[in-house]
Design a protein around this ligand. Structure first.
Ligand SMILES: Cc1cc2nc3c(=O)[nH]c(=O)nc-3n(C[C@H](O)[C@H](O)[C@H](O)COP(=O)(O)OP(=O)(O)OC[C@H]3O[C@@H](n4cnc5c(N)ncnc54)[C@H](O)[C@@H]3O)c2cc1C
Length: 393
């Protein structure tokens, strides 16, 4: 949309602030019934938030059953998107979950798979070694295999959702930073280019959420982390390759912050993506400044790979960066602003929100349209943080 200085744009029903995967999916659902504008501070596509990169893991195995419930519809909606756009977004690989039998999270993941009748396998250590000879499974660990899991082609998925949003009549205004929000029966959003006024606003600003909520006198208990995304070279190309049907994996340690996950070599031939599910505190606008801090995370991964994935060179071949926005309980925030019912917030995706974006977008759309949400949203309400919610009113 070409900018006209000082013009006020009131011809939209809903403004979605932030064109990462959550905002893009919300806008995609909204535009089917309302005139919607999707605003982002950067020219799209960009790699400064949380939704960039070629791949993400998708799986039904979860520590909390309500995510497994949502994943059933997510798989359907991802499929629908593939069909609508005629593009491949998902590749089934399965996922190995490796952890101690007595670990409560390992147990919950296993029971969630069984209770929801999701196709899975478990192995004796001999079976495991035969099937995955390139993984050293420590004696005290067990392994289960979630057959439903796989890879989402993330960059392609984000572009597909945004393209369909536009095809259905939605408007994208990128390269416009939101610098002010004024609540009211019509919400006024001022960007570096112009002013918008609409009946409702959905804020999906990823790691920038609290910066924007300052304008609405609210602060959520969110922590933003810089994540190092490391790719490791296979000593023998193809050992952990998608073409040889090597799966994704999740290695559960005794603290949730210390899990490590990996995806088979695919996007960079001969390199496997293995990451630490944690990072160091960072402001999203200063993500790359303190990069040295992250060397400890790289060392931790390197030691892990030497022990358990001996077919990888334990020196990273590529290091990229991304951001997590963590809540204290690692559950999302999907709720109305406590004072302004026509402002909806989707935040705190805690490093696991990509796969769930089709349903997140759907419920944010429902909240914004004043409809009954399709899922019980009580685990995602802000009031669970009552003691550390900062209302600046
Ligand atoms: C390394 C890594 C690996 C991950 N792996 C997985 C995985 O395997 N599976 C999975 O399900 N999830 C995974 N995730 C999590 C998932 O990617 C995120 O939960 C998801 O991308 C969050 O999307 P978002 O839309 O909330 O945030 P973002 O993508 O950060 O989008 C927010 C947008 O808001 C815009 N914005 C902010 N402030 C303003 C402003 N003032 N004006 C205008 N625009 C603004 C930003 O520019 C940005 O585009 C991973 C995340 C990372 C970092």
């Amino acid at each position: 949309m070409a900018a006209e200085s000082n013009a006020v744009y009131s011809n939209f029903d809903t403004i979605v602030l932030g064109a990462g995967i959550q905002g893009s999916f919300t806008a995609y659902h909204l535009c089917k019934n309302s005139k919607t504008v999707l605003i982002d501070q950067f020219t799209l596509p960009h790699s400064r938030g949380s939704s960039h990169g070629q791949t993400r893991v998708i799986r039904k195995s979860y520590f909390k059953d309500y995510y497994t419930q949502m994943m059933t519809e997510c798989y359907q909606l991802w499929k629908e998107l593939e069909v609508e756009a005629n593009v491949e977004l998902f590749r089934q690989t399965g996922m190995l979950v490796l952890g101690k039998e007595g670990n409560p999270e390992f147990q919950t993941m296993k029971s969630t798979l069984v209770e929801n009748e999701i196709s899975m396998e478990s192995f004796t250590s001999e079976e495991f070694s035969r099937r995955f000879p390139a993984v050293n499974l420590p004696e005290e660990l067990s392994a289960i295999f979630d057959k439903s899991a796989g890879i989402l082609y993330a960059d392609r998925a984000l572009k597909t959702v945004q393209d369909l949003f536009q095809r259905f009549g939605g408007t994208i205004c990128d390269g416009e930073k939101v610098v002010d929000i004024q609540p009211g029966s019509l919400v006024t959003v001022t960007t570096t280019a112009r002013i918008y006024r609409a009946k409702s606003l959905v804020i999906t600003a990823g790691p920038w959420t609290n910066k924007l909520l300052n304008h609405l006198r609210l602060q959520l208990p969110l922590k933003t982390l810089r994540i190092v995304v490391c790719y490791w070279k296979e000593k023998v190309p193809g050992t952990y390759g998608i073409r040889k049907s090597f799966p994704c994996f999740l290695r559960i340690f005794d603290s949730v912050e210390h899990h490590i996950y990996g995806l088979p070599s695919n996007e960079y031939p001969g390199l496997m993506k293995v990451c630490y599910h944690s990072g160091s505190d960072a402001d999203p606008d200063e993500r790359d400044i303190m990069f040295q801090d992250s060397l400890e995370d790289v060392n931790l991964l390197s030691n892990f790979l030497s022990r358990e994935f001996p077919g990888l060179d334990p020196k990273p071949a590529i290091i990229e960066s991304c951001m997590y926005t963590m809540t204290p309980d690692q559950d999302f925030i999907l709720d109305h602003h406590p004072e302004h019912n026509n402002i909806i917030i989707g935040a705190g995706f805690s490093g696991h929100g990509f796969k769930l974006a089709p349903v997140v977008g759907k419920v944010l759309c429902e909240l914004s349209a004043g409809k009954e949400p399709s899922y019980d949203l009580s685990p995602f309400k802000m009031c669970r943080f009552q003691s550390n919610l900062k209302s600046l009113l």
